[in-house]
Structures are given as C-alpha cells and as structure tokens.
Design a binder for this molecule. Structure first.
Ligand code: NAD
Ligand code: ZN
Length: 330
C-alpha cells in the first residue's frame, strides 16, 4: 500500500461527495495490508481501501435532496442491489448482491469519498468524531449483541478485539446479567474489564467451566457472541451454553469440525451475522450513545493519515483497541 494522488471522484446524480475527517482501520484493511489469499482474490487493484469513516458533505448529486454541503455524515459500507427479494422486502442486510466500499469500489482512506445517498448516515454532531468514525464496527457489535434478548441473561463473548469490547459495553448497557469475555491477549482483556466485563478470561490459562462455577452459574451461558473467528473459541462456546441458548456468529470462522450434538440435543439457535441492519442498527447505536453508551475507551491510538504504516504496525502488534487516522489536517 502506498499514498498516491488520485482524482476527486466523479459525483453522479444520486451520489454524495464527502470530505473525509477521520477513518478507523478495520481488520479487513489489515488483511488487505497483508495481501493474504482472501485479499488477492477479492480486491481489484489499484484500489483506495477503507470503509470506516466520518466526514462532511462537500457536494451532492442533482437527485439528492436530504443532504447538503456541510452536513456531518458517516455511512454504510455495504451497497445493496435494491432489487432482490430481501432488498424489496426491506431486509437490505440480507441482500445477496452486496458490494463493498473500499473493497470492490473506491473507499474512505482518501480526502474525498463518493457514495450513493442510500448509504449516507446523518451523524449527530454531539457524538465525538472518533466514535462516529467507528460506527461501522460499532454497528457490527450492535447487530450481533442485540440479535437476541440479553436483558437479565448471562452472556459469553469470545474475542476481545475492538468489536468484542464494544459488544461488552453494549451488553452492559442493554442489561445483561453476567458478561464473560475471553481472549488470548492481556491488553485487550484489560480493555474488556474496563468496558464492563464481569470476568475477562485469558483462555490460555483459564477454563470457562471454572468461571461458571466461580460465578455460581448452574446451566451455562444464555447468549453467546462469537467475535474471535477462532474455531477453538467457537467449540468452547458450544460446550458451555445452556439448553436452548442462542448464539450469534460474527467472527469469520475457518472451515472446521463442529460437535453437532451440542447444537441438536441442547436445542441451540445459531445465527450468522453479516454487516449491519440498514438502518435499524444505525438508529439503535446512535440512540444508545445518546443515552450513555460510551465506547470511547475502545479507541486507543490516533495517527495522521500520512503515518498509516505506523498505524498498521500498532494493529498488527495486537496492543491496541481501535486505531483512528486523521484526515482533517492536510
Ligand atoms: P480482531 O481480530 O481484532 O479480534 C479478534 C480477537 O479474538 C483478538 O483480540 C484475538 O486475540 C482473539 N482471539 C483469538 N483466538 C481466540 C480464542 N481462541 N479465544 C478467544 N479469543 C481469541 O477482530 P475484530 O475487528 O474485533 O472483529 C471480530 C471478528 O469479527 C473477526 O473475526 C472479524 O473478521 C469479524 N468480522 C465480521 C464481520 C461480519 O460482518 N460478519 C464484520 C467485521 C468483522
Ligand atoms: Zn439486494
């Protein structure tokens, strides 16, 4: 990856041109940085990457009537087809033909980003810019954490990456009973504690069964949020859920063997999560932040965009939460 001069994107009639103020770096960007097998088969090059952003409207197309220059906005990085059965039914997060900002079309790690008005979210200027730049992953956390009723329930979150930590705060905000978070990274476990985890367990040295005993739990966790992408974490989760428990899978798991007995005989419900609901998730996360949900401790590092190499190095070290790039100072 390199920093290059690129033309300002062309604004078509349904588009909004956004001057980018801040962007956050997603795990997906790190896969692209590492140019792994997924990135090689998915990303056409050259490509301006990045999809987590906040910015100010610079210009709108002729068909755009509900945004004007100067508006503070974030945006949904999944473009949907608007024509498939799910899109027509208003279930746009289930569109079978999505394309991605910063993946299949030019993205937000630039001074200007152009997206269709359907994907622009009017941001509340009272919310800090860094938080707004993390609305995309906060949306993943919100979509996953609110997929099942968690009020008064014992919740297990595997993976204390930025999304797992945000989900911890959401589960706390939404009235979960005990929240146990697992990871293999002490720095991130500490963040999870700060964000409301009852117990943040280093799974290299501790066992979920022991934690259940310590907490006086009788029947297992009621709701599981898989946010590590680790098959070990998922297997461990399956073995520690109560009968009838609900599991939401966000982490991108490798192909692996599952003990289906846990699922079938314990009557588990498993739901896969992709992206955010358009735009119910965006509404919910805005309202939660307006009513006291504070995810700012998740944002641990800030860099000017010209220092993007250092920013990626910090992420790869694992000693970070969310890392934000600033584009407001040219
Ligand atoms: P991340 O990679 O920063 O965090 C994953 C965390 O899991 C890390 O802290 C890692 O140390 C931890 N981990 C590794 N092995 C573990 C184990 N055995 N038990 C417990 N924890 C373990 O990722 P993130 O940005 O927080 O995203 C979380 C997951 O969600 C990733 O897998 C990501 O690819 C996925 N994701 C999915 C979607 C979607 O739409 N489905 C969107 C965004 C991210
Ligand atoms: Zn569709």
């Amino acid at each position: 990856m390199s920093l290059q001069d690129a033309p300002v994107p062309e604004v078509r009639i349904n588009d909004v041109l956004i001057q980018v103020l801040k962007t956050s770096i997603c795990g997906t960007d790190v896969h692209i940085w590492g140019w792994d097998a997924w990135a090689r088969k998915t990303i056409p090059v050259p490509m301006i990457i990045g999809h987590e952003f906040v910015g100010v409207v610079e210009q709108v197309g002729d068909n755009v009537h509900d945004f004007s220059p100067g508006d503070l906005v974030s945006g949904e990085g999944h473009l949907v087809c608007e024509r498939c059965r799910n899109c027509l039914a208003g279930r746009r997060h289930l569109c079978a033909h999505t394309s991605g900002v910063g993946i299949n079309r030019p993205g937000a790690f630039a001074e200007f980003l152009c997206i269709p008005v359907t994907n622009v979210w009017a941001a509340d200027p009272k919310i800090p810019l860094e938080v707004l730049s993390s609305f995309d992953p906060l949306g993943n956390a919100t979509h996953t954490a609110l997929s099942f009723d968690i009020l008064g329930e014992d919740v297990l979150i595997t993976g204390a990456g930025p999304i797992g930590i945000m989900a911890t705060a959401i589960a706390r905000h939404a009235g979960a009973c005990r929240i146990v978070v697992t990871d293999v990274n002490p720095y991130r476990l500490e963040l999870a504690r700060k964000m409301g985890a009852t117990i943040a367990l280093d799974i290299r040295t501790g066992k979920l069964a022991d934690v259940q005993e310590e907490l006086g739990m009788q029947e297992g966790f009621d709701v599981g949020l898989e946010m590590s992408g680790s098959e070990h974490a998922f297997r461990d989760m399956l073995a520690n859920m109560c009968h009838g428990a609900k599991i939401a899978l966000l982490g991108i798991l490798p192909k692996s063997e599952i003990d289906w007995d846990h699922v079938i005989f314990n009557g588990l419900t498993i739901k896969g999560i992709y992206g955010r609901e358009m735009y119910e998730t965006w509404y919910k996360m805005t309202m939660m932040i307006q009513s006291g949900l504070d995810i700012s401790p998740v944002i641990t590092h800030r860099f000017h965009y010209t220092d993007f190499k250092e920013a990626f190095d910090v992420i790869r070290s694992g000693k970070c939460g969310k890392v934000v790039l600033d584009w407001s100072e040219r």
